[in-house]
Write a protein that binds this ligand. Structure first.
Ligand code: ZN
Length: 244
């Protein structure tokens, strides 16, 4: 069983299309989405519709999804994120707003492993450091969990007293050791922040116990132009070029 793991799509249609084409060529059985389908980018409806058309096995909501569909008001967002969320809320078709409202809160068991948007014990919590990861390993029982939210492809792992943090590079393959527990972030499709502008995703091969990380070039200029033309804040377009 091969799982395609998508996270932080952020309404970037060009990036999602390129990722799906790349993943189709590699092959997978089930599609999982770790949330933040919308927010920041200019194509929230198209991204939701493309994702739904691919009949995902499991999807959970992200913090931007919650604000865009009105579950939360975004009072903790910075000005740019909030401006984009309000723009998205107005742009969403009623059917797509309803879809976001009905998405489950993570973590969700996706078949013997967890998926969450932020921290598995707090869907809005950022998992950025080894300390964050150690607290998660102590408080939530799992062998393997995939999370998003930070937009950094990385792996935290632990076995007894040993622990490891690894930033995950392009085409890197992680062999999962049954003695270790893992928290893995596939990186962001729609707004990478690790200084690599290519869209990020992961494939988890359960039978082979391996996770491969992939980066895909996409038409950044087209995504930027749509953001500029739509009146969304300029930094949201600018940053895509540099992956920051
Ligand atoms: Zn995000």
């Amino acid at each position: 069983m091969r799982y395609l793991i998508l996270s932080d799509l952020h309404a970037n249609l060009e990036a999602l299309r390129s990722v799906l084409a790349d993943a189709d060529a590699k092959g997978f059985d089930r599609l999982l989405c770790l949330g933040d389908i919308v927010g920041y980018g200019a194509n929230p409806n198209e991204v939701i519709e493309l994702l739904r058309a691919r009949r995902p096995y499991a999807v959970i909501r992200g913090n931007h999804d919650k604000v865009a569909c009105g579950i939360e008001d975004g009072e903790h967002f910075n000005d740019i994120a909030l401006t984009a969320a309000v723009w998205t809320r107005e742009a969403l078709a009623p059917e797509n707003r309803r879809y976001l409202r009905e998405l489950p809160q993570g973590p969700v068991d996706a078949g013997g492993f967890l998926i969450s948007h932020g921290n598995p014990y707090d869907e809005d919590g950022y998992l950025l450091s080894e300390v964050d990861a150690l607290m998660t390993f102590e408080s939530v029982p799992f062998s393997l969990a995939f999370f998003g939210h930070t937009h950094f492809a990385c792996s935290f792992s632990i076995a007894g007293e040993r622990s490891n943090l690894e930033m995950l590079g392009e085409d890197q393959v992680l062999r999962l050791d049954p003695e270790w527990r893992y928290l893995i972030n596939p990186g962001s499709i729609g707004q990478p922040r690790d200084h690599n502008p290519r869209a990020a995703y992961a494939l988890y091969d359960r039978d082979a116990s391996s996770v491969s990380l992939h980066r895909v070039r996409y038409d950044v200029a087209a995504a930027q132009k749509k953001i500029s033309d739509s009146g969304l804040p300029f930094p949201l377009a600018y940053r895509l070029e540099f992956g920051v």
